[in-house]
Design a protein around this ligand. Structure first.
Ligand SMILES: Cc1cc2nc3c(=O)[nH]c(=O)nc-3n(C[C@H](O)[C@H](O)[C@H](O)COP(=O)(O)O)c2cc1C
Length: 186
């Protein structure tokens, strides 16, 4: 077992990148339409009351939109929405944006085609170093289209895959008889 040699934010980011996450687009209504930001620093906090957190970089334009009481949404992306993740992360190479649409919803902008959307209201803004932790009260739940989630691991987008073939009984169904040990017979 090795301890990572470097001690810096890049190493921290690399290690945290081993914690697999989904990918969301956090969205707020703005006078020009909707402002969205790709985020994976998202976690559920409490069931009663229902609270969720998202960490927003102080340098992000989204940061200017943070205010207690503000309505926003957290849209959980499907795997075919990778282009939207890139676009809302400011990493879209083309001039024309990918196709997307937000529905008006009283609980926040609802991204069409997302796996699910949480409608939220900003409850508290907590200092978190170079990020602000937005603690939100969940005010609306929307289950969207069925499908697989977009995931992020090791700094790359990944697609969840179940094994195609059934390979045997689950481990808790093994019996003594089904476990065979082969010794070297020579
Ligand atoms: C997979 C992925 C996850 C991200 N997660 C976050 C996050 O949780 N918080 C954050 O502030 N930025 C995150 N970012 C970076 C922002 O999406 C990016 O800085 C974006 O351009 C900020 O948008 P804005 O400045 O238009 O508000 C993430 C980027 C990617 C690609």
């Amino acid at each position: 077992m090795d301890t990572v040699a470097e001690w810096n934010p890049t190493a921290f980011r690399r290690i945290m990148g081993l914690f697999v996450t989904g990918v969301t687009v956090v969205a707020v209504d703005v006078p020009e339409g909707v402002h969205g930001m790709t985020a994976n620093a998202v976690a559920s906090v409490s069931l009663d009351p229902m609270l969720v957190l998202v960490c927003v970089d102080r340098r992000a334009r989204m940061h200017e939109q943070l205010a207690v009481g503000r309505v926003y949404s957290i849209n959980i992306l499907r795997e075919d929405q990778e282009p939207l993740s890139r676009y809302f992360a400011g990493r879209w190479p083309q001039t024309a944006p990918p196709e997307f649409h937000f529905h008006r919803w009283e609980h926040g902008p609802l991204l069409v085609g997302a796996l699910a959307t949480l409608g939220c209201q900003m409850e508290r803004l907590l200092e978190g170093g170079d990020h602000t932790i937005v603690l939100g009260r969940v005010t609306g739940l929307h289950q969207g289209e069925t499908g697989r989630p977009l995931t992020f691991f090791g700094g790359r987008y990944r697609h969840l895959r179940e094994p195609d073939e059934y390979v045997g009984p689950p481990a808790d169904e093994w019996t003594h008889e089904s476990v065979r040990i082969y010794y070297d017979e020579t």
